[in-house]
Design a protein. Structure first.
Length: 258
């Protein structure tokens, strides 16, 4: 299937110190001879930043890239930032990556393959599959808590995944915009809500390993945010009528948004 445009959304909250290297990696991606797209759109969402993140993003003038900066004064959280960014995407394939560069944008060259081949609607970057590479792993306690949470969440929600929280996920453009437009979570649990909705619609999910580096300065607090996300897992588990109208066949909806 021919794809002419890739859109990358980067949610950023006070990422002045780490965003620059990620944007540079996006420029490397734009120059890669293996790229499939004719156009590359980068959407940086300044999620209520109080540092120089917005100024950095707005001063970025890359060659061969369509940059867009979305900014608002109130911090909404990762979910709110992704919803705002995804609404502005134009790509045939859309995705999001973390601003800290833990997963390099260059990983997208291989991760897009299942969507381009028509074998997947959603591709989930993973740190826990056999093909994942972790040259700079997380501290042991983060690995342990993350692994336990992923196992509980996947079992409770029926997700066929080993890693729900890696900050790198790709979508067929129409489906991705639909999923995020229907979402309601504002925090880190947005990944769970989106994946849960995708499964309820019967979308095809593929999990692929990425090269992932631990980067200091994460805003995720394992215990605090983990407990909040477990609350979301319970809410989604108990919900009998999640945000998407399950009375509409998935194939009909896919035709209507393609």
């Amino acid at each position: 299937m021919k794809r002419n445009k890739l859109s990358i959304v980067i949610p950023a909250y006070n990422e002045e110190a780490r965003l620059s290297s990620t944007l540079q990696a996006c420029e490397e991606l734009a120059r890669d001879p293996q790229r499939f797209w004719k156009q590359l759109q980068i959407v940086v969402v300044c999620d209520g930043c109080t540092d120089g993140t917005r100024q950095l993003a707005e001063s970025w003038c890359p060659a061969g890239i369509e940059p867009l900066v979305v900014s608002y004064p109130q911090n909404r959280g990762k979910g709110g930032a992704l919803r705002a960014g995804m609404a502005r995407t134009q790509g045939d394939v859309i995705c999001f990556i973390d601003a800290d560069g833990s997963t390099s944008p260059t990983e997208l060259l291989s991760l897009t393959a299942p969507i381009l081949a028509g074998r997947a609607d959603v591709v989930v970057g993973s740190r826990r599959t056999s093909d994942a590479r972790l040259p700079d792993p997380q501290p042991w306690y983060r690995q342990l808590l993350g692994s336990l949470f992923a196992r509980v969440a996947a079992t409770a929600l029926g997700l066929p995944l080993k890693d729900t929280q890696c900050g790198c996920k790709l979508f067929e453009g129409g489906w991705g915009r639909k999923l995020f437009a229907e979402s309601r979570e504002n925090g880190f649990a947005i990944d769970l809500e989106i994946l849960h909705s995708a499964c309820r619609w019967g979308l095809r999910l593929v999990e692929k390993g990425v090269c992932w580096h631990h980067v200091e300065g994460s805003t995720v607090r394992p215990l605090r945010d983990g407990l909040r996300m477990l609350g979301t897992v319970l809410s989604l588990r108990l919900s009998r009528s999640h945000r998407l109208d399950s009375s509409i066949p998935a194939r009909a909806v896919k035709r209507s948004i393609s």
